[in-house]
Write a protein that binds this ligand. Structure first.
Ligand code: GCO
Length: 260
């Protein structure tokens, strides 16, 4: 049973893994034996992140590249596979959000959000998918969101992208399952991260509301994603294709309840 989750000998690439959910998922993969490759785009953040990994005994390989630039991505994947080894596990976590009412949002900003949150997972999946097909298999995990299922004021671009990412996951799973590539998603609920800091302030109406709206009655900790990440990266999920595993404290299971 234990070996089902053993990732020894596997190379895992996690995008946007210099902080937050990306770092937590990357650490879980490394602690289960994977050789870790982390992507980021800010040198100072990468330096700090590599020290953070090192402090936990993880020799992470850091690669700075823009996930929205297809030629840079293909170059970097070729470099990683030459220097570290063929990529067995890809976690498309890099993402961004802009909270702007739809009537006011600049279409160029809309395009930027969709580029990072939807187009880049396609670019990375295609680049890594080509060598996974040649080698007979692999694992791809797309980090979705509550906004893959639900709308919310001010996040139309993010919701459009995360909704699209759910369907990209199902479609890649449809096309690539025959190559023994399992493409699945993880849908985090509301987690205590840098990204949610602006809406997770004591007394902020959204903060109180989300705690009440979540059956678990709290914000998630990034470590709460470890199990789902290792499961969808391991032999344990070899017959799991095109699924979105929501890790949300029960938000999607309920209509919510009036405040006590
Ligand atoms: C927001 C939040 C969400 C969460 C997450 C929920 O503004 O609503 O930032 O987008 O980060 O995606 O699943």
């Amino acid at each position: 049973m234990k070996n089902l989750f053993d990732l020894s000998g596997k190379v895992a690439l996690v995008t946007g893994a210099t902080h937050g959910l990306g770092m937590a998922m990357a650490k879980a993969l490394a602690h289960h034996g994977a050789t870790l490759v982390v992507n980021g785009h800010t040198p100072s953040k990468m330096d700090a992140a590599l020290k953070n990994y090192q402090a936990e005994g993880i020799q992470a390989h850091g690669y700075l590249f823009d996930v929205t630039d297809a030629s840079k991505v293909n170059e970097s994947i070729a470099q990683i596979e030459a220097e570290v080894g063929p990529i067995d596990i890809l976690v498309n976590n890099a993402g961004m959000i802009m909270r702007v009412p739809a009537l006011e949002m600049d279409p160029e900003d809309f395009r930027k959000v969709v580029d990072v949150d939807l187009v880049s997972p396609f670019i990375l999946s295609q680049a890594v998918g080509k060598s996974m097909v040649k080698r007979g298999g692999g694992k791809i995990i797309n980090i979705c969101s509550m906004m893959s299922e639900l709308g919310r004021d001010t996040v139309s671009a993010y919701a459009a992208a995360k909704g699209g990412l759910k369907m990209l996951t199902k479609n890649l799973a449809t096309e690539w399952a025959k190559y023994n590539i399992q493409v699945n998603g993880i849908g985090p609920g509301y987690f205590a991260t840098e990204q949610t800091a602006p809406i997770r302030v004591d007394g902020h109406p959204f903060n109180d509301w989300i705690v009440n709206r979540t059956p678990a009655g709290k914000w998630g900790d990034p470590e709460d994603l470890a199990g789902a990440t290792v499961f969808l990266s391991s032999k344990a999920s070899d017959f799991v294709n095109g699924q979105i595993l929501y890790v949300d404290g029960g938000i999607l299971a309920t209509i919510g309840k009036p405040k006590d």
